[in-house]
Design a protein around this ligand. Structure first.
Ligand code: 5GP
Length: 193
């Protein structure tokens, strides 16, 4: 049986060459906010035992999902900003992140004003592929002295190494859909059960 998100991926997702799943009609360009609300509710359920006081994500595609999820937790959202390497002073946490979709390296930054050792953070993102974006966010949380209580991902591509790497680090990583295989020729998608 497929969950609500898997059903939507099958209906509206498009499998592209290069291991890219296009979901821009509902997730990361046009956004279906009723779907985001169900995603947020599901993250709340999966992390109900954790004392989370802040959600951390990365611009741009994580922000909408994190914002709607934050309504379910009653906490603020901080998003890491992609920065040019100029003018990074001491009041920022910085991590290097390689973009899966654009193959470019970005520095991402979070102001020290918005993350510190009192924070218990839920990290949220739209996709998990190689895990580079998540590792950057984890690095920022560690640098701040905060605790990463968990990680919520909307779509994990289970045939890429990110999920295994992050789970091996000991984090509670919850992916609402895990794609184990997808075929650009037929458009077929196989989910992990
Ligand atoms: P990672 O850093 O885990 O390799 O890639 C995660 C980031 O790349 C996500 O924030 C997401 O924006 C983007 N990404 C990775 N794979 C896909 C994909 O198949 N489709 C889309 N639309 N974005 C992806």
């Amino acid at each position: 049986m497929m969950n609500f998100l898997e059903e939507r991926i099958v209906k509206d997702g498009i499998v592209k060459e290069g291991n890219v799943l296009k979901v821009d009609s509902f997730l990361n360009h046009q956004m279906d906010i009723a779907l985001f609300d169900k995603i947020g509710q599901e993250f709340k359920e999966r992390f109900k035992d954790k004392k989370i006081n802040k959600i951390l994500t990365i611009e741009a595609s994580g922000i909408g999902i994190a914002a709607v999820t934050a309504m379910h937790f009653g906490v603020p959202v901080v998003f890491a900003k992609k920065a040019k390497s100029i003018n990074l002073e001491g009041e920022m946490y910085v991590a290097e992140v390689e973009s899966f979709t654009h193959k470019t390296k970005n520095q991402v930054i979070v102001s020290k004003k918005f993350l510190n050792e009192e924070d218990r953070v839920l990290i949220i993102d739209d996709f998990l592929a190689n895990g580079c974006a998540l590792q950057g966010l984890i690095q920022i949380v560690q640098a701040s002295g905060a605790v990463a209580e968990g990680i919520g991902i909307v779509i994990e591509k289970g045939f890429q190494p990110g999920g295994r790497i992050i789970r091996n680090l000991g984090y509670q990583l919850e992916s609402l859909a895990i794609v184990d295989a997808m075929d650009p020729a037929s458009g077929g998608i196989i989910f992990r059960r």
